[in-house]
Design a protein around this ligand. Structure first.
Ligand code: BES
Ligand code: ZN
Length: 479
């Protein structure tokens, strides 16, 4: 596994490369079409495809249809919008590169909600360029990164009438809500999605000017806890001291999930965690990471996390637990003397190899049941989950991606892991038995899921170049 920075990428493999002059035409086309790309991306970003909000359901579908039309326009074939029990998938392919490998590209066209909307400097669905960054919800996660590939595909097909490799595209509208319908679809349609590699651009570069390939993702277990103390709210004077207050009980329970040094207290939680190898810790230490500037960027008085591990280790290779939200009782202005009838909290855990989401959900439930007093009724709901994922990065497709990045960005990539999750990656690897290449162009300060999400336009253009090179590099690998 991970030998850190890749050894020298083998040189270009001659067989299967486009004629040099054609590749130059492709690159020229990309360089001369930049303004148009930005204008088109703005249209994609204008559609509020918020998968989590039922009131945006028609927008999500409209976005799927817009995406499908764009895929046909750039020359993909067999394009269709596929209905699921939730939001639709979009599929398209181009399969005329006989004897060449097949790339399956995956991305998501859904986005996160925009609240708190008043903190946006420009409206979230009116993409605005400021200082070389395009600001909009979905700019980096993931519409901008999907668009990178649309434009690389368009450039190849426009200039040479073909792609260097066979290509299948599958996009979903439910990544931000746990990919609940795509997972089963991939398993049921593994033959249709058969390919030699899965290509994904939904991750970040290590830093500005530090292009990266990502070889590991954390998984996720998301839970909701509901407590009820009484059948209705009570006057806290009349009944205070007579019944348990679910808000107090919830606070006590949540406080017992982690200790003061950041260690999760659920018995068995760490049992399956694969320990970090010394070599990998050493590789992490070699990355150009500056703790002081991260602290400043985050505006945190101090960084905090599990004792005994560096920030990168905690972010990428250690599991953790967070309360994502809680409500109980009076939260409006002023005061109200009330004992609330109910309390609710959302808690999620980021997990790492070899933790299993179902096993962790069971441990969580057993522990919360044990520490919750009988004075309240307790309900625990499993929301969605994601398997953690990790790959070897010495496989030939990852190596090809490394060469493509070097050509597109003028720099060799570093190898990173991510703290975030992409639920379907482990499913692809397992159901299709092919390597996944995480070829991401976001930045750590892109404000994913937050106000003022943005995508750096240099990364956008260099990402298009790197993608155009990647297809050509992969063509040199025997299919
Ligand atoms: N693009 C992100 C994954 C990501 C996050 C990559 C941070 C790099 C850094 C993806 O769209 C995402 O947000 N995934 C969700 C999945 C969850 C809802 C199952 C996540 O990680 O919270
Ligand atoms: Zn996201």
């Amino acid at each position: 596994m991970a030998q850190g920075f890749s050894p020298a990428f083998p040189g270009m493999i001659g067989e299967g490369n486009l004629e040099v002059h054609t590749m130059n035409d492709v690159l020229d086309f990309i360089n001369t079409n930049r303004d148009r790309y930005v204008e088109e991306l703005k249209q994609f970003l204008a559609i509020p495809s918020i998968s989590a909000m039922p009131e945006h359901q028609t927008d999500v579908r409209r976005c799927a249809e817009w995406t499908a039309a764009e895929m046909s326009r750039i020359g993909l074939e067999n394009v269709r919008v596929i209905d699921t029990a939730g939001h639709p998938l979009v599929y398209g392919d181009w399969l005329h590169a006989e004897g060449k490998p097949t790339v399956l590209f995956y991305g998501h066209y859904d986005v996160q909600p925009v609240d708190p909307v008043d903190l946006w400097q420009s409206p979230p669905f009116e993409a605005t360029v400021r200082d070389g960054e395009i600001y909009a919800r979905g700019a980096s996660d993931d519409k901008g990164q999907v668009f990178v590939h649309f434009k690389a595909i368009e450039a190849h097909i426009t200039k040479s009438g073909r792609l260097p490799v066979n290509f299948k595209v599958i996009l979903e509208g439910e990544e931000e809500v746990g990919s609940v319908n795509l997972g089963p679809y991939v398993k049921a349609h593994a033959a249709d999605l058969a390919s030699d590699m899965v290509l994904i651009s939904d991750t970040e570069m290590f830093d500005r000017g530090v292009p990266s390939l990502c070889y590991g993702l954390r998984g996720l277990v998301y839970m909701q806890i509901d407590m009820r103390g009484t059948k209705g709210d009570l006057h806290s004077g009349s009944y205070g001291g007579v019944v348990a207050n679910p808000a107090n009980v919830m606070a006590q329970v949540l406080a017992q999930l982690k200790d003061r040094s950041g260690t999760v207290k659920i018995p068995g939680f760490y049992d399956a965690v694969r320990a970090l190898r010394d070599e990998e810790r050493a590789e992490f230490r070699r990355l150009p990471f500056n703790e002081v500037s991260v602290k400043k960027y985050l505006g945190a008085p101090r960084l905090f996390g599990e004792r005994g591990y560096s920030v990168l280790e905690r972010m990428w290779a250690r599991p953790t637990l967070d309360v994502n939200g809680m409500v109980a009782g009076w939260t409006g202005e002023g005061s109200k003397t009330v004992i609330p009838a109910t309390a609710m909290a959302k808690v999620s855990m980021r997990i790492v190899p070899n933790q299993d989401p179902v096993a962790i959900a069971e441990l969580f439930e057993a522990y919360v049941k044990k520490i919750t007093p009988k004075t309240v009724d307790l309900k625990i709901t499993r929301m969605h989950g994601a398997m953690p994922w990790m790959t070897d990065f010495d496989n030939i497709y990852v190596q090809a991606a490394g060469r493509a990045i070097e050509k597109g960005f003028g720099k060799r990539p570093v190898f990173t892991r991510e703290g975030g999750s992409i639920p379907v990656v482990a499913t692809f690897q397992e159901a299709l038995n092919v390597p996944c290449v995480l070829f991401g162009f976001g930045l750590p300060d892109d404000n994913l899921h937050a106000p003022n999400e943005k995508f750096n336009l240099d990364n956008f253009f260099q990402g298009i170049l790197a993608s155009a090179f990647l297809y050509q590099e992969v063509a040199g690998i025997k299919g």
